[in-house]
Design a protein around this ligand. Structure first.
Ligand code: GLA
Length: 438
């Protein structure tokens, strides 16, 4: 079964072969009936399992309209050898092969994972991710080079005003340099804006800001650009999706940050909108589209980087959760995908078996009835849920212009329908560059 030539297959050819994987080696692929199940006669009422592999995968449907689809992965869980020999029986690995065209490490490329000590690096899991992606013809997003969270425990004791700049730039040179030419986009800076900290520039009072000053943002981008000139350098943030007063204000500050960087010639190529959404709403709307178009006006791409749908406040059984989650995916993708600068959609995991929302005991993750959340396209048994089909259908319609009437159905924060959700809108406090009407 060895296929030594796999490493040099192009992406489409691999996708084609991956599509036939389950059938070729006689192993169960999510959504395919397994050969052993063929031996057992199905009860007359049982519907055939829907196909979700190959041409029916999220990956294929996204590629069909020029989009990238992928998700956060845990490299430790990947069966590398099985993937190499096209014989893996592991449902997680098979889902990653079949469904993703772009991978991002859930945790493996954060400082806490890469930096066991202040003077050493551990690239074991990150290297594995890149090797896997190369084998499977997948792109990789780098996440992330500079963030205030998941810093190693030595950081607080070691980092000072004197050495912080060197720590940051050397980290970026080494990490981005190691994978140079192999990264589609790098989250150069993650979550730098936090309005409650009360600064006029909206920046978060993070260790990086305290130790270096606000110029740390520009420093991270500039260093990354030198280390990997090919990667699109991305600013990534959360809670910028909705038209609530808080998220509108934060989105405005993110836009101003991007404008400042852009105006100063800092090579920012993309903005990541994390898109951790709530099943109970409110729904995103016109403000998000205005933001995406402002970015388009600067030639900046947009990626949905960490989408999932949190049901901690939604009562009801799994069927109710699944329907609500699918509805959020459907509406959100219908809203953003018609924008031509939206180039990629990544979910924060692929199966409910592995999601941060089921690993956290925080109040924002735990359901009142104690049941597990179901925020992702596949269920815990790697079978497709309504969300899977909602995403796939949204990809097919992605580049079709959306009728205004469809979008105005989304409730606005004040409950009133917006007359024209595409009308240019002013970002509170932002510099007076007129948004371009579509
Ligand atoms: C943020 C980060 C991600 C991840 C999620 C939770 O969105 O950007 O890396 O930590 O929180 O898993």
């Amino acid at each position: 079964m060895g296929t030594p030539e796999l490493g040099i297959l192009n992406r489409r050819e691999f996708a084609r072969r991956a599509a036939s994987l389950g059938i070729a080696v006689g192993l169960p692929v999510p959504g395919f009936a397994s050969p052993s199940s063929k031996k057992k006669p199905l009860p007359p009422s049982a519907a055939p399992m829907p196909s979700i592999g190959g041409a029916d995968s999220l990956r294929a449907h996204a590629e069909g309209v020029g989009l990238h689809f992928g998700f956060a992965v845990v490299p430790e869980l990947l069966d590398m050898e099985g993937a190499r020999t096209q014989s893996t029986n592991d449902p997680y690995t098979r889902a990653v092969i079949a469904q993703a065209d772009i991978l991002v490490a859930e945790n493996a490329m954060k400082w806490s994972s890469l930096r066991p000590t202040s003077t050493t690096f551990d690239f074991t899991q990150a290297d594995k991710l890149f090797d896997f992606a190369a084998l499977c013809g997948q792109l990789v997003r780098g996440h992330n080079l500079c963030w205030h969270e998941q810093l190693p425990s030595w950081f607080a004791k070691t980092a000072t005003r004197e050495n912080a700049q060197a720590l940051l730039t050397q980290h970026i040179q080494i990490v981005a340099g190691r994978y140079a030419g192999r990264v589609q986009s790098w989250d150069a800076v993650n979550e730098a804006v936090h309005i409650p900290d009360g600064r006029a520039d909206g920046l978060r009072k993070s260790p990086w800001l305290d130790l270096i000053g606000p110029e740390y943002v520009e420093m991270a981008f500039a260093t990354a650009a030198l280390a990997d000139p090919q990667a699109k350098l991305t600013y990534n943030d959360y809670d910028i999706e909705l038209d609530t007063p808080e998220q509108t204000a934060k989105r405005g500050q993110v836009l101003m940050l991007v404008r400042r960087l852009h105006a100063r010639g800092v090579p920012i190529g993309a903005v990541g909108i994390q898109s951790h959404l709530q099943a109970t709403g409110p729904a995103p709307g016109a403000g998000l589209i205005g933001f995406v178009r402002e970015l388009a006006g600067m030639g900046i791409e947009v990626y949905v980087t960490e989408m999932d749908v949190n049901t901690h406040l939604l009562p009801g059984a799994s069927e109710a959760q699944d329907a609500a989650v699918a509805e959020v995916y459907r509406n959100y993708l219908a809203l953003v995908l018609p924008e031509p600068n939206v180039k990629a959609v990544l979910t924060w995991g692929i199966s409910d078996a592995h999601t941060w929302l089921n690993e956290s005991s925080q109040p924002w993750a735990v359901r009142a009835d104690g049941s597990r959340q179901r925020p992702l396209p596949l269920d815990e048994g790697y079978q497709p849920k309504a969300a899977f089909y909602a995403i796939r259908t949204a990809f097919d319609a992605a580049r079709q212009p959306v009728a205004i009437g469809d979008i105005t159905k989304s409730p606005s924060p004040d409950g009133k329908a917006t007359a024209d959700p595409f009308a240019p809108f002013a970002v509170p406090g932002s510099p007076s560059v007129e948004p371009k009407p579509r």
